[in-house]
Design a binder for this molecule. Structure first.
Ligand SMILES: *Cc1c(COP(=O)(O)O)cnc(C)c1O
Length: 380
């Protein structure tokens, strides 16, 4: 089945007792057993819930994974992946990582004895050089946040495959509509379902999908043992959101392309970071690796000050000043003080994240209204 059909039907079937087309919200903590351990597949809701199962099957279908496990948040999903490692293990990751992931790696897992190297992963040579004998995981985020750099998933996956290292991709920014890391050779794909998959800014959730059975056994063990599971209502909303993923993505990307062109020609704008622009350093890789160029972008101002960026961001009416991304509504944010506030200033600037950098998550409103809103805010 093609992607647009899978987004609606993958792993879904009408509910058995009533024929309900959408799975009910199974709001229960436990399940009756006929005799000890004789039951219909569910015993206790931390371990499993049919609404959650429906969501997991749908996401697995979109990522072409054998299995998926859902979590209460994106960071809980990352946390579970990292807990499959042991003290003394080493992880290579990108140097312009999502702030929350960077914080989790350096403040929670580093003190527990897991080592990290953060490198510019747009250069595969640097990834190769950072690999140590104890490297067990390569953590990829592409496009990166907020500079929209593109990491070559296939090249990194080939590097890890011959060394018994797992490669994991945070696919939140692209969504499976634009990019399917497992098809490109990665071992693990992770999502903050809070973003494009949910798509309506009304839930917090995460997911891990893989066809590596040994790894997924460890993840299932984490689900059961550490219990950062999503509630059935949130699973239902995410499931509902995913059914329009392809339609929302199509419109968001169409809008984003027009906005990127508008900003790229604007006299007050210094630089636009968007993989769909010819001047993007990995324009060709993006075109090869992704179905389209996405709906996230960032731009810096000629007047490269926090004050000027703040003025622009507080002047928009259609774009809402808020963290997060991937919803139907367009959002505007300031990475240096918001999403990346937990990254030290030196580290941030070294990675090219300037004070005036503004990030956009382009939604599905009328593009003319979005452009007029930005024009007004830039010239206020
Ligand atoms: C939001 C986000 C996360 C964290 O997900 P939560 O659902 O907020 O816990 C991880 N990675 C990326 C790229 C994100 O945008």
């Amino acid at each position: 089945m093609k992607f647009n059909t899978r987004a609606i039907h993958a792993g879904q079937k009408p509910e058995e007792t009533t024929g309900a087309v959408m799975p009910p919200i199974f709001q229960t903590s436990t399940y009756a057993q006929e005799a000890p351990n004789i039951h219909q597949g569910y015993d206790y809701a931390r371990v499993g819930n049919p609404t959650r199962t429906a969501l997991e099957k749908l996401i697995a279908g979109l990522e072409e994974a054998a299995e998926c496990a859902c979590f209460a948040s994106g960071v809980a999903a990352i946390d579970a992946i990292l807990k499959t490692l042991k003290p003394g293990d080493h992880v290579v990751s990108t140097n312009d990582l999502y702030g929350g992931t960077y914080r989790l790696f350096t403040t929670v897992f580093e003190p527990y004895g897991i080592g990290f190297s953060f490198v510019d992963m747009t250069k595969p040579d640097l990834v190769e050089q950072a690999i140590k004998p104890n490297t067990k995981l390569i953590w990829i985020e592409t496009p990166t946040n907020p500079l929209l750099r593109i990491i070559d998933i296939r090249t990194v996956a080939e590097m890890t495959a011959k060394r018994n290292i797992l490669s994991a991709v945070d696919n939140t920014f692209a969504s499976p509509y634009l990019q399917q890391p497992l098809v490109l050779g990665a071992d693990i794909v992770m999502h903050s379902t809070t973003k494009y998959l949910g798509g309506h800014s009304d839930i917090i959730g995460g997911a891990v999908a893989s066809s590596n059975e040994e790894f997924m056994d460890k993840i299932r063990f984490q689900v059961k043992t550490t219990g950062a599971v999503p509630g059935p209502m949130d699973c239902y909303l995410t499931l509902r959101g995913i059914k329009t993923l392809h339609v929302r993505m199509e419109r968001s990307v169409e809008n984003a392309k027009e906005i990127a062109n508008f900003l790229n020609q604007h006299q007050l704008v210094e630089h636009v970071h968007y993989p769909g622009l010819q001047n993007h350093p990995q324009f060709e890789l993006a075109a090869r690796q992704m179905k389209d160029s996405g709906a996230m972008m960032s731009f810096s101002l000629k007047d490269n000050t926090t004050e000027r960026a703040m003025k622009v961001m507080s002047s928009t009416n259609v774009f809402t000043l808020a963290e997060s991304l991937g919803g139907v509504e367009s959002l505007i944010s300031h990475p240096a003080s918001m999403t990346h506030g937990s990254i030290p200033k030196e580290v941030r600037e070294k990675a090219g994240l300037s004070d005036s950098l503004i990030r956009l998550s382009v939604g599905i409103e009328d593009v003319e209204d979005l452009i007029n809103d930005l024009e007004m805010a830039l010239t206020t």
